[in-house]
Ligand binder design. Sequence first.
Ligand code: ZN
Length: 195
Amino acid sequence: MAILNIRIIGDPVLRTVADPVTEFGPELVKLVADMTETMEDVDGAGLAAPQIGVSQRVFTYRIGGVEGHIINPVLENSEDYQADQVEGCLSIPGLGFPVRRYRATRATGLDVNGQPVSVEAEGLLARCFQHETDHLDGILYTDRLEGEDRKTALRSIRNADYGAVAERTTAKRAKTVGSSFGGTSFGAGPRGAAT
Ligand code: ZN
């Protein structure tokens, strides 16, 4: 397995509608394994394939100790909304804003072996599924902000030097990987639910 670099806002792959997965085989198994390892390494709550530069409809998730992945996900959302909660995104480091999301969702799709999966989700898991599925459609959570939050977010993104942030993130990750070679345990700090 391998830990992959996470693409940062400004990268066109994050604004591209991802293609459905049509080939199930060793490459897809490796993709899901690498995405899972990368998500764990950064202590993320979820990761969509475009975030590691692969424009295919795959996401992984990790909420409340439950890990999984869904390929070609389709969401059936509730009509009502949950209370707004702050979301972050691994592709927009350092920012977090409350986002409106549907209260519940049912995600259906396939697993890595091409078998059908269906997951009922509420709360944070439902939020994660909506955030990750947005990534597959080229949508970032900041697109869903309104009013002052939207203005503040767009200003922060404009002002942030995300090229430099990406280099720092990569350097930090390399260091983390290095520390695991000695067999010492390493813990990621609390980062909230960045996905
Ligand atoms: Zn994200």
